[in-house]
Design a protein around this ligand. Structure first.
Ligand SMILES: Nc1ncnc2c1ncn2[C@@H]1O[C@H](COP(=O)(O)OP(=O)(O)OP(=O)(O)O)[C@@H](O)[C@H]1O
Ligand SMILES: [Mg+2]
Ligand SMILES: [Zn+2]
Length: 319
């Protein structure tokens, strides 16, 4: 399976709400961790974190080792983290205000992310860019949120470039006027160096995300109309923003075969088969992985390990 052999640096796992993103991303992370002597990091970018629920262990915005899974670490990005308590480009409230103003100006002209969203992204990216981790697996929020998340490096570069441009214009004047107005130039230079650093970080993030040797996006779906429709939207969007996608997991596939001949199983199974066939035609150059609908939900590291084994080794489906 190329998700294992390719040694990706970043693997995003995404799709519609409730299809199994968390189950699959956690299972994949457990598999990767069992095959490395290095470290794997699992990051949840979904504000409604469920990585904690999946493992039955409370994670936070600080990186923590996952119990019973050597080499695996997890972190849940904190969406409520405000500009004031994250490492920010502006130590001084005057500059925070300026950042907010510029970002809200940009927000007016497009669907520009808010400054808090950008700063949150920067916090996550600082973790993700840490080369200590062999692979970073992202458990993402449902599609719309994630499409937006992936646009942030580009958007943030625009914001930081604008601020940088403004700074270049006002700096000579501030050098003259600043001391008279009681502004320490040292503080300001520090602030704008941070802007430059953030700009560089975003450019590096974008470069890595757009490199198919380093980053891939795994779409998870279920064999139903709405989910297929959303998968196609996601696949097209990823192509537009240059993010590789070559694997689709079709989750919750009924595998009853001869085990049950009731009307419900027969009807649902036939419906699923119809959609799976459509997918096989539409995505013939993708790796499609079918995962069975299990009798039980998947909870705790033992379940996730078992689910991951099926993900990696494949499952035989009855006709
Ligand atoms: N193949 C499966 N068989 C049985 N149960 C499954 C399967 N896949 C996922 N589940 C269960 O379905 C529920 C939803 O799965 P999961 O949390 O992984 O979805 P999600 O896409 O992350 O949802 P959300 O959009 O809310 O984050 C969980 O209780 C999970 O244990
Ligand atoms: Mg989830
Ligand atoms: Zn049945």
């Amino acid at each position: 399976m190329n998700l294992l052999t390719n040694k990706y640096r970043y693997i995003f796992v995404g799709g519609k709400g409730g299809v199994g993103k968390t189950t699959n991303s956690c299972s994949l992370a457990v598999q990767l961790a069992s095959r490395t002597s290095s470290k794997i990091l699992l990051i949840s970018t979904d504000p409604a974190h469920n990585v904690s629920d999946a493992f039955g262990q409370q994670f936070s915005s600080d990186i923590q080792p996952v119990n019973n899974v050597p080499n695996l670490f997890a972190v849940e990005m904190d969406p409520s983290q405000k500009l004031n308590n994250v490492e920010k480009p502006a130590e001084d409230s005057k500059f925070s205000a300026m950042f907010e103003q510029i970002s809200s100006l940009m927000k007016n002209v497009s669907s520009f992310p808010g400054i808090d969203e950008i700063m949150n992204f920067m916090v996550v990216m600082k973790l993700a860019m840490n080369d200590e981790y062999e692979t970073v697996v992202f458990d993402t929020a449902p599609t719309g949120h994630t499409m937006r998340f992936l646009e942030i490096p580009r958007m943030a570069q625009k914001l930081f470039q604008t601020i940088d441009g403004i700074w270049a214009q006002v700096q000579p004047m501030m050098q003259m006027m600043g001391p008279m107005m009681g502004v320490e130039m040292g503080d300001m230079d520090g602030t704008f160096n941070t802007v430059k650093e953030n700009l560089k970080l975003c450019a590096k993030v974008q470069e890595r995300f757009e490199d198919p040797a380093q980053t891939t996006f795994v779409c998870v779906c279920i064999p139903e109309f709405l989910s297929l429709y959303e998968t196609e939207r996601l696949v097209q969007h990823l192509a537009r923003i240059n993010i590789d996608c070559n694997t689709i997991i079709i989750n919750q596939v009924l595998n009853v075969g001869s085990k049950c001949s009731c009307q419900l199983c027969k009807a649902r199974s036939n419906m699923q088969k119809k959609y799976i066939k459509q997918m096989e035609e539409l995505y013939d150059d993708f790796q499609l992985i079918k995962m069975p609908m299990l009798e039980k939900e998947v909870r705790g590291s033992t379940d996730l390990k078992g689910f991951g084994d099926m993900l990696i080794n494949g499952v035989k489906f009855e006709k």
